[in-house]
Unconditional design. Structure first.
Length: 114
């Protein structure tokens, strides 16, 4: 059974930083593409960043502020978020791309106050 467990969310002020973690189990982590998505209030879920064995993709909305990384020994993917803005307020979800389907975590809330 695949499980993705996110942590690290919270309430911060604009300009501060947070690091999100997602621990995966039940899948061959090192071979899986992993990604972070977010869904803000009244908005659609959107891709934030993605990491494969060959590199990373960070979307323009967070480029220069957010960094995705992984530790295969710990089955963990991270999202380092710097210079947070109120517009970054959202539930952040971890996603794993398996061979035939993808899996989602339960999400962690990030709230950025002005």
């Amino acid at each position: 059974q695949v499980q993705l467990v996110e942590s690290g969310g919270g309430l911060v002020q604009a300009g501060e930083s947070l690091r999100l973690s997602c621990v995966a189990s039940g899948l061959p982590f090192s071979r899986n593409t992993m990604a972070w998505y977010r869904q803000g209030p009244g908005k659609q879920r959107e891709l934030v960043a993605q990491i494969t064995g060959g590199g990373t993709i960070v979307t323009d909305i967070v480029k220069g502020r957010f960094t995705i990384s992984r530790d295969n020994a710990k089955n963990t993917v991270y999202l380092q978020m710097n210079s947070l803005k109120p517009d970054d307020t959202a539930v952040y979800y971890c996603r794993a791309f398996g061979a035939e389907k993808s899996y989602w975590g339960q999400g962690t809330q990030v709230t950025v106050s002005p």
